[in-house]
Write a protein that binds this ligand. Structure first.
Ligand code: NAD
Ligand code: LMR
Length: 333
């Protein structure tokens, strides 16, 4: 019996994500919340012949609390997306308040739920959720995840394009670490399951790294003012949520990168901080997920000099992004 909830469920990500979750046979209840259109989205999805009972709520009459009641896993894609020329950090002004309010609802109604944050800027919105939970005395770092799966999905796809064999895309695994914006997105191509590094000279390696770091911009540009990645994000979000749900159900050995609080596994977190040379509170890295959430933070391991340079460039920006999120919640403007 698993209840999954999507907050921002009527949006560009929310709708296809809700569709994919509705098709997950492990989910028995699906709660949908948005400030618009959720009754319609829920009615539509409810006709699909899969086990999940679907309910959609709007803000009036305690809709958020009704949606969250009994939730095991809450995925948050609520908030505004980028337009061309914007950075993810430009979204902070609007999305920080949205995420804070939704996190308050979760901390109040479903404090034990696993929380998966998609809303940008992820590097800052995850610390906002953590601070809200701390203020409610319910923060468990093992249960909070920034969703960086789209970077990993992109890395698999782009590597398969480099080797000219898209059929290999589903099986190629490339760790992508750091955070989720521009230079904080660090692909570790030397650890790719397909030995792609040997095919890349310096320029080609830089081009592939840039494409993974700025893949989001490719979509924003192509959508030409109508939004950012939604379908690929829904796919990635459902993939990560499914891993979390499988772990809840007792499956072992589930590993995926996610942007987590490094106290989620104190030993692993300390080893990772040593590797990056900075006492950051949050970082995206491979984690092992278990029935209680983050079971293990897996250190980065052996890196090339180029990858070490990428990490060194990511750390100061991450530090700023983390402080921005944490400070917003401690002392909102
Ligand atoms: P969208 O505008 O299509 O949908 C957002 C939805 O959020 C809308 O339906 C809106 O009504 C809803 N919403 C706004 N305020 C709300 C509130 N207070 N409570 C509940 N719902 C609320 O946008 P989108 O394309 O779905 O993107 C959503 C967010 O996801 C953006 O911030 C975007 O940058 C981010 N995103 C993150 C990743 C990632 O990899 N983590 C990838 C793609 C997009
Ligand atoms: C992405 O990586 O596609 C998302 O973070 C959306 C964006 O703004 O690029």
């Amino acid at each position: 019996m698993v209840k999954a909830v999507v907050l921002g469920a009527a949006g560009g990500i929310g709708q296809p994500l809700a569709l994919l979750l509705k098709t997950n046979p492990l989910i028995t209840e699906l709660g949908l919340f948005d400030i618009v259109n959720t009754p319609g989205v829920a009615a539509d999805l409810s006709h699909i012949a899969t086990p999940a009972k679907v309910e959609g709520y709007l803000p009036p009459d305690d809709g958020l609390a009704k949606t969250l009641k009994g939730a095991d896993i809450v995925v948050i894609p609520a908030g505004v997306p980028r337009k061309p020329g914007m950075t993810r950090d430009d979204l902070f002004k609007i999305n920080a308040g949205i995420v804070r309010d939704l996190a308050t609802g979760i901390a109040t109604t479903a404090p034990k739920a696993f929380v998966l944050v998609i809303s940008n800027p992820v590097n800052s919105t995850v610390p906002i959720v953590a601070e809200v939970f701390k203020q409610h005395g319910t923060f468990d770092p093992k249960r909070l995840f920034g969703v960086t799966t789209l970077d990993v999905v992109r890395a698999s796809t782009f590597v398969s394009e480099v080797i000219n064999d898209l059929s290999k895309a589903p099986e190629i695994v490339v760790p992508v670490v750091g955070g989720h914006s521009g230079v904080t997105i660090v692909p570790i191509l030397s650890q790719s399951s397909h030995p792609v590094l040997s095919l890349l000279d310096g320029d080609k390696l830089k081009a592939l790294t840039d494409r993974i770091q700025f893949g989001g911009d490719e979509v924003v540009k192509a959508k030409d003012g109508t939004g950012s990645a939604t379908l690929s994000m829904a796919y990635a979000g459902a993939e990560f949520a499914t891993k979390v749900i499988k772990a809840l159900a007792g499956e072992k050995g589930l590993i995926a990168p996610s942007y987590v609080h490094l106290d989620a596994d104190k030993e692993g977190g300390a080893a990772l901080k040593k590797e990056i040379g900075k006492d950051l509170d949050y970082f995206s890295t491979n984690i092992e997920i278990g029935p209680n959430g983050v079971e293990r933070i897996i250190p980065l391991g052996k890196l090339t000099d180029y990858e070490k340079q990428l990490i060194a460039a990511a750390v100061p920006e991450l530090e700023t992004n983390i402080a921005k999120g944490a400070t917003f919640q401690k002392a909102p403007p």
